[in-house]
Design a protein. Structure first.
Length: 64
């Protein structure tokens, strides 16, 4: 859960920075946010969550 919230905050910050810098306009940003919201409520959400969990586990197991 902590990683999910952190990822949401990170992506939100990136989206805001892209809008402020002019790399993306408000319209496409709103569409991207709505797409993410709708994707989270779809049947693919558990698969996406499992994929992100496996990536975070793999990253945490890397010894530097």
């Amino acid at each position: 859960m902590v990683i999910t919230v952190s990822l949401v905050v990170l992506v939100g910050i990136i989206l805001v920075l892209m809008v402020r810098s002019g790399k993306i306009k408000w319209g496409p940003a709103l569409v991207a946010a709505l797409f993410g919201f709708l994707l989270a409520s779809s049947d693919l959400a558990p698969n996406i969550q499992d994929f992100l969990d496996s990536i975070s586990r793999s990253i945490s197991e890397i010894d530097l």
